[in-house]
Structures are given as structure tokens and as C-alpha cells.
Design a protein around this ligand. Sequence first.
Ligand code: SF4
Length: 454
Amino acid sequence: MTDQGSSFVATRNACKMCTPLGACLAFSGVEGCLPFLHGSQGCSTYIRRYLISHFREPMDIASSNFDEQSAIFGGQNNLSIGLRHVLESYRPKAVGIATTCLSETIGDDVSMFLNEFRNEQAGNADVSIPPLIHASTPSYHGSHFDGYTEAVAAIVDTLAEGGKRQADLVNILPGIVSPADLRHLREIVSDFGLTPVLTPDYSERLDGPPWQQYQRIPDGGTPIDMIRRCGTAAASIQLGDTPTGRTAAGILADKFDVPAMVLPMPIGVRASDQMFAALENISGRPTPKQHADERGRLVDSYIDAHKYIFGKCAIVFGDEDFVVSTVGFLAEIGIQTVLCGSGGQSGTLKASIDQIEMGPSEPPRVIEGVDFEDLTEAADDVHADLMIGHSKGYKLARQLGIPLVRIGLPVHDRFGASRLLHVGYRGTQQLFDRIVNTLLEQRQDISEMGYTYL
Ligand code: SF4
């Protein structure tokens, strides 16, 4: 056994998920696209199981199904057989190929394999080759968020084309949000008279109606024709400003001169204001009345609930974009974040948190690249009234005896994760109400008097 040295610490109860999981999620948001993992079958089984527990919808992920031979001699043959099989049986409009730890470790040159596959099949009349989108996603380097970002970049890099600028077309690159968030973003952009190219859009595929008959690739997803038009858009709005590596907005700016606006995830009034201001700017129209009214009601509710929440303390964790925007939102409602952490390691989390206007509160302790053992140790040094993050934090919340408000991914110990709305004034309102009611419920539970007027 190799001596790892005294500084080696394995990850324990990770505060992130595996990198190709994020890529599979992104590929599910493209119309007719089949996610395909180049690696072991167990990886696709784990990812399917994990995503189904959050979205509660069927999820097919193909695999090149490595065995001992492919692990030693390379997986080109497996990839070729697997692709042929899925093209014949699924007839996908695109295949999104993500690599697993094993194929990355042995150094498979997937781009070359795909080129050779295209050449081999060129004369085969029985198989038509759709776009093959390749994302390199080694899970020992990065998180599900990095895999998602890389896959969205690969989708745009493979499919987008240039052309005459379309003044009403705007690319929305939403980050990992819920199907309800995706639907709401589409609604907001359309209300400005703009046509959104929302990439990816898994809102229908991962939160759709029941079927009469099983669909191998469910309906929904961003139409491939629309993604092809991305290079002609008036602008790209990327929600979330902590991605590492290449981004879709960056690729569209470099290849087609599409102006990129990088904004925080629109949670909270200030962050949502930035997104609405960008849309006003692109469309030349003021914010539509229904959204201005939602903003007004949200601000009014901040005033109404102030006495219940002011001065409370929170621990926030999850994807870096969610953490940054949630901390900013808590600061504007008077809840002090005492500790925040993410399994992501963009290296920008602390700098992003430092830019938030905290008012009279001390800035929180920020820890990047954490697992839940790190968070548990750090939580010993702070007092918190609640935790805000995904379901993996439940054990710690239970240990601390404080409630957990579930946001982001995964939420697999509660029902309705797909319909949790987080973004815009409406999403912030729902999140705000949940936080206030969680604190009221906690207070009521420990009160000797029980029920009373609040
Ligand atoms: S081996 Fe790597 S890619 Fe496969 S499930 Fe585990 S972390 Fe994910």
C-alpha cells in the first residue's frame, strides 16, 4: 500500500456530486439528446438512481460498459459498439458523451474515437449520425457543477452557428436550477418581448405529465435548431459567476461576438434586480407590471416578517452560485450567515462573498472544497438557528438540532424538488416564506405555550 503521508485526508460525505452527473443533467436539457457515459456501467446506474430520487422521472443514461479488457487496452471498441447500439435503438437527435473517472484515468482520446466512429459509419445507410457532443468530466477533478458547466459549453461549442444578429433573441444560461425555475425564467424573458434560448432546459423532460406509452427519450429540451441560433443572439445572460473552465457564454462571445453578461443567480431583490435590469437593457422595455408588482409584494413581506427573522444566524452550503446568492439574500433580510461552504473549488467563493454588502453583520467564515466532516467541525465554533442547503446536510442539521431549509440539488428526502422555485422575485418570495415559516415553526415547537398569534 502506498504511504499517502500524514496530510492525506479522504473525502467523507462529500458536499458535491460526481462530475459526469452534472453533464448528464445538462444533456437531458437538449431536445432528443441521449446522455452516454464512456466508462463503467456502475457510474451510469449511480447517476440515474441519484437523479431519479431528486426529479422522480425516468432517466435513461447509456454506457460503454467497460470491462477488465477495456480498462487495460482502452475503450474505443466499447464506445463504438455502444454508440451504434443507441443510434439504432434510440434514434436520438444528439448524443451527449461524458467521460468517467476510469476512461479519463487510462487516457482514452474520446475526440479521436468519435472522429473515427463518424468516418467508419459514413457509408452505413442504416445509421444516421446525429451531433455527438463530448464533455471531458473526470470526477476526481471537480464537482457535478463543473461537469454541468463543461457539458453546456460543449453543447454550444458543437451546435451554435453564427449569422445575422437577431435583436429579440437572448441566450439564457441558467446554471443548475429546478424545472420550476427554468419555466419561470422562460416566462420572465418572454414577458419582455424577447425570445429566450434557454440552454439547457430540462423542465419538461424532468418534470412532465404521465405518458400513455413509454418514451425512450422523453419530449422536451431546448430544440437543437434554437441552439444553432445561439451565435446570432443579441446577448448571453449567464446566471452564476463562479464557474471554472470554459463557459458557453465565453464561447459565444469568442466565436460569434455575442456580448456576455455574467450575473449572480437571481435570488434576493438585489440579485433579481440585476437580471431584470439586463433584460430592460436588451429589450429596451421597462420591467412588466406583473413582475414589478411581485417585487413590491416581496419587499412588503420583508418588512412584515422582519421581527421574526432579524438577527437569526444561518449556515449555508451547496453549489457555489447558490451559496453566493443565498448569502446575499440573507444579508438583505437581516439573517446573518455565520458559516458557508461548498464542495466546489472554483477558488472564487470567498472573493464573491466578500463583495456582498453585509450591513452591520460580520462576514461569514467561508470554506471551499469541503465535505460534511469539515462543515461539522466548523459548525462547532458558531451558533446557528438554521441551515440552508441541499438534503445531504440533513445529518448535520439533526445533530445541531436546527431546521434545514432545502434548496438546490439534491433534495431527495422531500417531495416536490422539481417545483421548488428559487429565482426572480417570485422564487425569492417562496424561499423567503419558507425560511420565515421554518423559524416560526421551530419557535412554536419549543414554546411551552404552543399555538399563539404571531
Ligand atoms: S467512478 Fe467517478 S464517474 Fe463513476 S460514479 Fe464514481 S465518481 Fe462518478
